[in-house]
Design a protein around this ligand. Sequence first.
Ligand SMILES: [Zn+2]
Ligand SMILES: [Zn+2]
Length: 492
Amino acid sequence: MTGSKSTTPEPLAPPPKTPDQSQSKKTRKRNRSELETSPTRKRPKTQNRAASSEICAETNTPGLQLTYEEYHRQRDEILSAIIFDLNHVAATQKACREGAPDKITKLSYQSQKTYAALVVERAATRISGCEDKFNPDYREREAHRLEMVAKKLGWRMLAICAYAESFRRLCREEEDRWLWGCVYTKIRDFAYNIELQACLHALDWRSLLLPYWKEGSLPGLKKEALGSKKKLAELASTRPHDIVIDPVKKTFRNPVYKNRIQRDVDASTFDPSDWVAEQKGDPRDPTLRENDAKFTWYGSCDLCASPGVCSCRLKRSPSDYVQLVEAGTKGVGVRALANFKAGDILGEFVGKIMPPNYRDDNVYALEVQPKTWQRIDGSIALISPKEYGNWTRYLNHSCDAHTVFDARTVGDRVIMTVEARKDIAIFEEITVNYGNGYWTTRTCRCGAENCVEEVKKEKERKRREKEAAQRMIEEEEKEKNKKKKKSKKQPS
Ligand SMILES: [Zn+2]
Ligand SMILES: [Zn+2]
């Protein structure tokens, strides 16, 4: 963004932020290289044109200044920064509400609220027609954009976005109207996703609108925009991955499997009674490193390289940047709310730790494999998240997936992780490859160029060719034998 002066100076913003998702890794999974050869993601090239019609009111700006790819890249950076800011402000508000915040947290909360309130006030002034007629250019640009968000996406959306410093700067400082149009269009398309994210993280956007509602001084501010205080409080106390969002119907629900609500948990659980038949005596959790007597199967820690048990833990922060959404015929899916980079560890696959021969979860269960592959029989346990698990269980399959499941040794145990094998853009549905074994008795309809169904078809074609060739050889043999017999019968 290009800088210009403002009458309400905000502190200089840091460069575009992304969630702290990167976690150092010492090893890579075997045979990953074969998965890395897929073509790069192609983005639709119509977004900018669609966006341009929305912003025709902005004048005196030149035409396209960047390539489509560069516009999309910058758009995604700004959107990612907006979600990051909203999460950050919500966390600061929570700290102030619930605990004894330090001075800096308090100041940060007050300043964020003041800046957000000013943005709402500017939009209100503009829409009520009370603003100064001789605005400087940047002020006119900002007022126009805020008016557009308030009128087209609603006051609630404006109040939410107002909390994001990156949104405020976009409205005030971004001179490229095409880039503004790109970001605006995505905010419009994913407005419900952004709104739910803000509500689930207990962002207090309501207090920005309440004074205007009481005064009745904001044109177009209807009671629905404020929502029900009770329902918002319920949402704020809900675990974000305990609900599935339907952005089309603008509703949400609990995920359900076999009539039981699926619950979001932070860590895997081990119940010795599940292992009585598998292990004699006192059953032990086989994923714990202390139970891997020789420290050979699990290798050293992937974060600190310690050969023995250490205190490392995976960071949880990437999970604040994914959302469960309705995915049509595929059921529930996972949408990214940040830009993730290839190599990022997005999370741990958690659930009930069950014996490898457990057969009661053929939908979600994932094998835990010892990292060093020194055990010939492969898996040491199954993780079954059919009832208790986290967002990773809802990743849909693609033969050209963004992520892979990987075995890692971290801290005191061996875990299964979800790791990005290519960049993931904000608001994309995140996919994972379930592996060819999963599809031997099922049909994949992912439609990817390298789809396992194509491989199956190719195998089937070769099998038929081989069979046909075999039949031909057999018939030729038969024919030869017949001739031989005939020639023997005929007297010389
Ligand atoms: Zn470690
Ligand atoms: Zn496929």
